[in-house]
Design a protein around this ligand. Structure first.
Ligand code: ADP
Length: 159
């Protein structure tokens, strides 16, 4: 089986998808033949949204991007990549905290599989303050979410 060289795999929790995530997906979609967004499902994590909701919000928000696909996965990201012949992960970088975490993750992934590499996208300036955690907190206090999430997410956070 040949490697899916032109496929980039973007793993994350997406709980929920923010405009920061969407910006990374759009930029990657312009560079690669296919972007596969991986909705992580971990038994040890507590999510606000169900796996199906997290998946559907990404599908709805990426309907304008014909080369983006969405798939739920369990287990280690790098194992999923190897099983699916994917050799490139993409991740976003906002702060030095992201950088420190991603560097560790990169080293671990390389140790587990030398065939999988990671490409990092620096956050767009207007989204550098956005995280799913902060979006959930703002929504919990019923504050405005303008400029933070796509419409498909807004309607689920503020039904
Ligand atoms: P995880 O639980 O795997 O960190 P997230 O859904 O929180 O999943 O994030 C997925 C990826 O998107 C991570 O690489 C994260 O750094 C990146 N990311 C999250 N928010 C932004 C943003 N506002 N700008 C750029 N990248 C982001």
């Amino acid at each position: 089986m040949s490697a899916q060289n032109n496929t980039a795999f973007y793993p994350g929790s997406f709980d929920p998808l923010t405009l920061g995530h969407l910006d990374i997906i759009q930029r990657a979609a312009a560079l690669f033949d296919k972007v596969l967004v991986g909705i992580g499902q971990s038994d040890s994590k507590k999510y606000l949204f169900s796996t199906e909701d997290r998946r559907q919000m990404v599908i709805d928000s990426c309907s304008h991007l014909s080369n983006v696909e969405v798939q739920v996965y369990k287990g280690l990201t790098v194992d999923f990549a190897v099983k699916n012949n994917i050799s490139l992960l993409i991740r976003g970088l906002r702060t030095h905290i992201d950088f420190a975490y991603e560097q560790q993750m990169f080293e671990m992934n390389k140790t587990l599989s030398s065939s999988v590499d990671t490409l990092y996208f620096p956050t767009a300036k207007e989204y550098s303050h956005l995280s799913s955690t902060l979006v959930r907190e703002v929504a919990r206090h019923d504050s405005a979410l303008d400029g933070m999430v796509p419409p498909a997410v807004l309607k689920r956070l503020k039904p």
